[in-house]
Design a protein around this ligand. Structure first.
Ligand code: SAM
Length: 292
């Protein structure tokens, strides 16, 4: 039987052989449970027509599954120390390429067509470094690259925020930003006990399926996102108070905000967490029409 990298014995063996300990500052928590990786492959429908981009291969636990289930893997690892480990741990796979570097600095627009020519289906699959979960997700979503699906392990609490229902405490500007680009759901949760070292919190697998076009059409996308963020700055305060703080420079601006809310049929006394993405889109467009 095959001994996967994602087992306690192989993980310890690799770390010991190379004299490595996990770097907390890089969010290194190595997964040691192959069943979870099998479930991630199923969640993303990873098959031999799927190319995968992986962020942070670590010692190769998830990379190995992507190599076995998928077509080709392009993995970005920031920690130089792990490159010789990956050379050994993934020596049996000829469909994996590791790139040394920071995913946030990578020239994906050039790399993907060069390294993965004739791709039919592109998945981003990762056990994310938790210190930069949201910057990575939003950089990839905003990149306009042709990703079909994202299967991302992250802190459970972050996954809950990204998939929250309107009117709940977890619902916020990140939820709306995800809704703008994707359908999203939590595929399953993962106990903290399956990692080395063990993190402080449980994790969850978020599955994002990219929409063909944004969920709402807005006149000014940058303003829409700015409005959403401004509305949630003090989430316990009313929409009116947050908008006044962000945009109400003088009496004229205050009047314009009041009119835009009226035109949008939104009660200024509501809180941001009660507004749907459609309501934010309508409000943003009325504000833009009034010169914001
Ligand atoms: N994929 C492995 C697994 O599942 O066991 C490791 C996951 S570990 C949670 C996160 C990995 O991301 C680490 O290997 C870390 O070095 C790497 N990493 C951290 N920041 C990164 C960045 N900015 N760009 C690329 N990789 C990064």
């Amino acid at each position: 039987a095959k001994k996967y990298i994602a087992t306690p014995s192989r993980t310890n063996e690799l770390l010991n052989t190379f004299g490595l300990t996990a770097k907390k500052s890089l969010g290194q928590n190595f997964l040691m449970e192959p069943n979870i990786l099998g479930k991630m492959m199923a969640a993303g429908d990873i098959d031999k027509t799927t190319d995968a981009i992986e962020i942070g291969p670590g010692i190769g636990a998830l990379t190995e599954f992507l190599a076995l289930y998928g077509r080709r893997v392009l993995a970005f690892e920031i920690d130089q120390r792990l490159l010789p480990v990956l050379d050994v741990s993934l020596a049996d796979y000829d469909n994996v390429e590791i790139i040394h570097g920071d995913i946030l600095e990578a020239e994906l627009k050039d790399l993907i067509p060069t390294k993965l020519p004739d791709s039919n289906r592109l998945a981003v699959v990762a056990n994310l470094p938790y210190y930069i979960t949201t910057p990575i997700i939003f950089q990839l979503l905003e990149s306009q690259l042709a990703f079909d699906v994202f299967v991302l392990m992250m802190q459970k609490e972050v996954a809950e925020r990204l998939t929250a229902q309107v009117g709940t405490k977890a619902y916020g500007s990140l939820t709306i930003a995800i809704q703008y680009y994707c359908d999203s759901k939590i595929a399953f949760t993962v106990p903290k006990t399956v990692f080395k070292p063990q993190p402080n919190v449980d994790s969850a697998i978020l599955k994002l399926t990219r929409l063909d076009r944004p969920r709402v059409e807005v006149a000014d996308q940058a303003f829409f996102f700015e409005l959403v963020r401004s509305a949630f700055v003090q989430r316990r305060k009313t929409l009116w108070n947050n908008l006044r703080a962000a945009y109400g420079l003088d009496q004229d601006k205050l009047d314009q905000i009041r009119f835009a809310l009226e035109e949008s049929h939104i009660d200024p006394k509501r809180r941001a967490e009660t507004l749907t993405i459609d309501e934010f889109a309508v409000l943003a467009d009325h504000l833009v029409a009034r010169g914001f």
